[in-house]
Design a protein around this ligand. Structure first.
Ligand SMILES: [Zn+2]
Length: 166
């Protein structure tokens, strides 16, 4: 009997996330992040009671907003990040996204201090980064003084799905 031995390589990646103080951000940055909180007020989350808002900054200064929208048919709902990104993409097709901010509050759950977008949203952010050939900075805020920022979606999703024409 022939046994094939497979060489397994170990891939390692260093993740860089920066923790800052909200009070030390520029006024523009505070305003941008606060818009994610404002967007969470439009959340429709009667099932999870996890209210998420997202603000999306484009290169031309336009800021799009989105909030999570749940549905009685659970898979039909959508995360705040994707609501905001798809809405912005619809109207600003060729204008790059430079940053997003994510905020959440909940009457039911403890909101993580570092609110990382879910893998589905990270895939969407990664795809937009690939299309526009530039990174999207991700701000994560729980409304208190600690705020986290990652330079791009690859910090959390280093091996995203990508289609390349053959
Ligand atoms: Zn998500």
């Amino acid at each position: 009997m022939l046994i094939l031995h497979t060489l397994i390589k170990t891939l390692e990646k260093t993740v860089k996330i920066t923790e800052l103080k909200f009070r030390e951000l520029s006024e523009d940055k505070k305003a941008f992040v606060k818009l994610a909180k404002k967007a969470s007020e439009q959340s429709h989350a009667p099932y999870s009671e996890f209210f998420v808002g997202c603000s999306v900054l484009h290169d031309n200064g336009h800021i799009g907003l989105g909030s999570n929208q749940e549905n009685a048919s659970f898979p039909s709902g959508l995360c705040a990040e994707r609501v905001a990104l798809f809405e912005s993409s619809k109207t600003l097709n060729e204008i790059k996204v430079s940053e997003i901010a994510v905020y959440a509050t909940s009457s039911k759950y403890i909101v993580p201090k570092m609110l990382v977008p879910c893998a589905g949203c990270l895939q969407v952010i990664s795809d937009i980064q690939t299309r526009q050939k530039s990174p999207i900075k991700i701000w994560m805020w729980d409304g208190k003084d600690d705020i986290f920022v990652a330079e791009d979606a690859g910090q959390f999703l280093p091996f995203h799905f990508e289609l390349k024409k053959g």
